[in-house]
Design a protein around this ligand. Structure first.
Ligand code: SAM
Length: 428
């Protein structure tokens, strides 16, 4: 691999006698890992059915496993949202943030959603996650990943950090700033990142990160914690960034920093700093108003009676003017920015019938669903490619799953299950 000379001399100076081991690490393939999505399956259950061999644990994330597969992400369990492919060092920042159930959490630079979905697992359906991504195309991917993993208490929003800072002053208990960076830790995985690298890129990223951090600081409540992380090694983007931030923000104290390197054997590299805000206030944002629509709610209730069983879906149902219905987590705030997903989309009421949403199917468990069609691995592949399935369950909507794990919706019509797996998500 061709690494930039200037980068190498910087690393030699930084690492001293560890430098040869660092250089040697570029001769070995990247370490692969997955994180089990505990919103859908326990670690123990996943270990029994894992489609690839789990060869070790990720030291800082109980749900993270090192794997031997090169192609995690193409099997039906991935489509069912049972796991997320994530390189091991990328799991470190959220572990450092220490999210607890019930908290208000902001992931300010969230796409494609590895860390956002890790936060969602820690929240375990309680509290609120605002996952923001300023690039619209990337925000759509973030939104799809939130849906695939069955997260109900999140919003995927597409805003500039400065706009969010105005909307949410001192609102969050925890904030993750996984900043855009020069990506020096990505060189082994992505040789293009090495081609793009230059000292000017490092300076440009440091400038952008400073702006993003300043916005994040405004949104944290007193006593709240913030993790700043990058997947790069340059001091300007890491320790230097934090030092200058603390100088200009004396209300913050630095609790911990850590660097991970590829030659340490568990991932591509990461920097993370944990900060606490010791002064300030606690802001409030208006709660999202619940918009009741009697007929639509009756239609959903009729649908639920036939379709769902067991635990009730917890939360308030709100119906928008276009008939789309959502289940809101408690205390969902008014967002006021472009939003691609909020709460759980239940479906749409067109004035006559209720049509369930893919997100609803992706978020429920087999035990919550009365009309469940369990497919084998082979049949699941067909379903994921958009094919119809023959089955004689009674006419109507059903959840189609691989074994007991929901994949999406189908509609039974006289022995044929029409495929309602979203076209844009299908397997090619
Ligand atoms: N946290 C993500 C994850 O774990 O999947 C990875 C985030 S990536 C390191 C950084 C993100 O910051 C990118 O998605 C990028 O589009 C976004 N970004 C770039 N410039 C930005 C800016 N000026 N403000 C906010 N976000 C920005």
């Amino acid at each position: 691999m061709n690494l930039p000379q200037e980068f190498l001399s910087r690393m030699k100076e930084r690492l001293g006698e560890e430098f040869p081991a660092f250089l040697q690490s570029y001769q070995t393939p990247p370490v692969k890992a997955i994180r089990v999505n505990t919103l859908k399956i326990s670690r123990e259950e996943f270990q029994k059915i894992s489609p690839f061999t789990l060869i070790g644990n990720v030291p800082w994330e109980a749900n993270g496993y090192l794997i031997d597969a090169t192609k995690a992400g193409s099997d039906a369990y991935h489509f069912a949202g049972l796991y997320y492919s994530q390189e091991p060092s990328a799991m470190f920042p959220v572990s450092l943030l220490g999210v607890s159930e019930g908290e208000r959490v902001l992931d300010l630079c969230a796409a494609p959603g590895g860390k956002a979905t890790q936060i969602a697992c820690a929240l375990n359906g309680k509290g609120i996650l605002i996952a923001n991504e300023h690039d619209y195309t990337r925000c759509r991917i973030l939104s799809e990943n939130i849906e695939r993993l069955g997260v109900r208490n999140a919003a995927a929003v597409n805003a500039e950090p400065s706009v969010l800072a105005e909307r949410f002053p001192e609102y969050f208990d925890k904030i993750l700033v996984d900043a855009p960076c020069s990506g020096e830790g990505m060189f082994r995985k992505d040789p293009f990142a090495a081609e793009q690298w230059s000292p000017a890129l490092v300076r440009g990223c440091a400038y952008k990160q400073k702006e993003i951090l300043t916005c994040a600081a405004q949104m944290l409540r007193k006593g709240g914690r913030l993790v700043y992380s990058t997947c790069t090694f340059s001091a300007e983007e890491n320790e230097g960034q934090i030092e200058s931030f603390i100088k200009s923000h004396p209300e913050f104290v630095l609790l911990q920093t850590r660097r991970l390197y590829p030659h340490e054997g568990c991932g591509e590299g990461q920097f993370a700093a944990l900060l606490e805000k010791t002064e300030g206030g606690e802001g409030e944002v208006k709660r999202f108003p619940v918009k009741r629509a009697v007929q639509a709610e009756r239609a959903f209730s009729d649908f639920s009676e036939e379709f769902l069983q067991g635990d009730r879906l917890e939360g308030d149902i709100t119906t928008l003017s276009d008939g789309r219905m959502y289940l809101l987590p408690a205390d969902m705030p008014v967002l006021g920015v472009r939003t691609l997903r909020f709460g759980l989309e239940l479906g749409v009421w067109d004035g006559k019938t209720f049509k369930p949403a893919h997100a609803l199917a992706a978020s429920i468990k087999r035990s919550q669903c009365n009309r469940f069609l369990s497919l084998s691995r082979e049949e699941s592949e067909k379903y994921l490619r958009g094919e119809t399935i023959g089955n004689d369950i009674p006419n109507g909507w059903c959840v189609v799953g691989i074994e007991r794990f929901p994949l999406g919706l189908g509609k039974a019509v006289n022995g044929i299950i029409k495929n309602h797996f979203p076209k844009g998500l299908r397997k090619r």
